[in-house]
Design a protein around this ligand. Structure first.
Ligand code: PHE
Length: 353
């Protein structure tokens, strides 16, 4: 170590030593994140930083050494600033952030949600009818008496109202929770734009005892086609196309006469049992047939109620539940599972999105 005879020379030695140390430090530094770069800036080139301090030391350097010291200090300044700019531009180009990310690590697995089995079945049915030109229509779940009953040829005290145990809204006895999605069909017919070809999916409510087979709310999908010259043959062919697409080519159907106040004639449609294929099982109650929907030609009175000329126009309608086919398709044996939101149940349908 140099022993310095004069105090100011001694100070000069110290300063030169410091500059050398800082130079080495800066050369060996490698900065690749914004926070460290800011710390560096404040320490070396900031207004109260090392560079600034060294420059104020010039006055303590003996005159004959000022030039040598000044040159060295300028070199150091250039190095400190150049390194700063270099790191800053790599960081600005994003390389800095990237270099902190280990792209070879496996990604985080995020829990995946899944479609509800009712939605999946509903979408399957919609897809098939959309291919035939049916548009999806929606309507309110809280409905007035007219749209749910009266317009559908179910005037007050009509015995068929008992078929659909209704939830009424306490504040206003004219309001109720819709018992079927036929209310949507009335609302669309009232708009008067013909021809009309819609399917109406939605949730419906009936005051039934909750059990493995029935619930106080469930889902329906109804269809309506109104135009000139629509016949029962069109209805049969449309529904036949639907079940073929839904269940496959070897499906068989049969129509049984039935009664609905809003259709005349009315029918119920069965398919051959897709579980036992005729051998006999619980689902088809050993008959080989499973009922899947109700249908018929729209009653002229319903058309008139909606302002449609029943001499000019005819139409067909059908309605089916969504829970039943979903239970058959996915092997679900209790209807309550659909609405319990048990993740263990719901996550089983992930692969079927
Ligand atoms: N609205 C009927 C029901 O809920 C279903 C249906 C619709 C029947 C259209 C015939 C025609 O039971």
């Amino acid at each position: 170590m140099n022993i310095c005879p004069f105090a100011y020379l001694c100070r000069m030695e110290q300063l030169l030593q410091q500059i050398n140390q800082y130079t080495e430090e800066i050369k060996s530094l490698n900065i690749n994140d914004a926070a460290s770069l800011e710390t560096y800036r404040i320490r070396f080139i900031g207004t109260k930083g090392i560079l600034k301090n060294l420059f104020t030391e010039i006055k303590n350097v003996p005159p004959e050494k000022k030039k040598e010291f000044g040159l060295l200090l300028n070199e150091f300044k250039q190095l400190a600033e150049a390194r700063y700019e270099e790191w800053k531009s790599t960081l600005d180009n994003g390389a800095g952030a990237a270099s902190q990310i280990d792209i070879t690590l496996p990604g985080d697995t995020l829990p995946l949600g899944s479609r509800h089995p009712i939605s999946m079945m509903k979408n399957r049915i919609i897809e098939i009818f959309q291919r035939l030109g049916f548009a999806v229509a929606e309507g309110p779940e809280i409905e007035d008496d007219w749209h749910n009953f009266t317009a559908l040829n179910l005037p007050e005290h009509h015995p068929a109202r008992d078929m659909q145990d209704t939830f009424y809204i306490q504040q206003n006895p004219d309001w109720l929770l819709r018992t079927h999605t036929s209310n949507i069909q009335i609302r669309h017919m009232e708009k008067g734009k013909l021809p009309l070809r819609i399917i109406c999916p939605g949730r419906v409510y009936r005051n039934e005892t909750i059990s493995a087979r029935s619930h106080c709310f469930f889902h329906q999908l109804e269809g309506l086609y109104i135009d000139e010259n629509v016949s029962f043959a069109d209805l049969k062919q449309t529904l036949y196309y639907f079940v073929q697409e839904m269940y496959g080519g070897d499906i068989r159907i049969r129509f049984r006469p039935s009664y609905f106040p809003f259709t005349e004639p009315s029918a119920e449609m069965d398919i051959n049992c897709q579980i036992c294929h005729g051998k006999g099982c619980n689902v088809c109650k050993y008959s080989g047939w499973v009922e899947i929907l109700g249908c018929g030609m729209v009653h002229p009175k319903v058309l008139e109620n909606c302002g449609i000329d029943s001499n000019k126009y005819t139409g067909f309608a059908f309605g089916m539940g969504i829970e039943r086919p979903a239970m058959l398709k996915y092997g679900i044996n209790d209807i309550r599972l659909f609405s319990e939101n048990d993740v263990r149940f719901l996550k089983q349908f992930i692969s079927a999105i």
